[in-house]
Design a protein around this ligand. Structure first.
Ligand code: HEC
Length: 141
């Protein structure tokens, strides 16, 4: 008897877990959980005190300044991840539309595997400098 109650309880918990979104509902989210979330956190808020930037309210803005689109692929967390070009394109698109939909430019075009393949090999040596430069461009807009 007790074990049957336990089984029912486990089933219900499992279902509400899935429904509440605390478990990956699609492959891009799963890739994010496994490869990126350790630093960037489930809600993309990161850890700004430790130089891990927050995505919400910000990430999409990079797409509206020159160099920003390449930067999101070339930043070490992206470029040096173990993800395939296609998976990285998918995760970046998922991050942009999940964490920063309001900041996306109207003409937003999702990343493709081919574009990621082209941009990925050239990781800037001074990523902090590139980031600061982009943030200044964003601030001037
Ligand atoms: C070890 C921690 C760590 C992991 C894991 C990580 N990142 Fe990051 N990420 C950072 C840090 C730190 C920065 C700030 C730029 C820098 O110093 O590299 C950053 C910046 C970024 C940015 C630019 C955002 C901005 O505001 O400058 C993107 C996009 C990004 N990461 C994507 C990813 C993706 C995609 C993954 C998983 C495939 C990932 N990161 C995994 C630490 C991490």
């Amino acid at each position: 008897m007790a074990s049957r109650v336990l089984v029912a309880f486990t089933l219900v918990c499992g279902m509400s877990f899935a429904a509440s979104g605390s478990w990956a509902t699609e492959p891009r989210q799963f890739d994010y959980m496994v490869n990126c979330q350790g630093c960037h956190l489930p809600d993309g808020s990161g850890n700004p005190q430790r130089q891990v930037p927050a995505f919400p309210g910000q990430l999409g803005k990079f797409l509206s300044v020159p160099g920003g689109r390449a930067y999101l692929v070339q930043v070490p967390g992206s470029a040096l991840s173990g993800l395939s070009d296609e998976a990285l394109a998918g995760v970046l698109n998922w991050m942009l539309t999940t964490f920063s939909p309001a900041e996306l430019p109207d003409d937003f075009e999702p990343y493709t595997a081919r574009e990621v393949q082209r941009l990925r090999p050239s990781v800037p040596t001074d990523i902090q400098h590139v980031r600061e430069d982009l943030l200044q461009q964003i601030a001037r807009q």
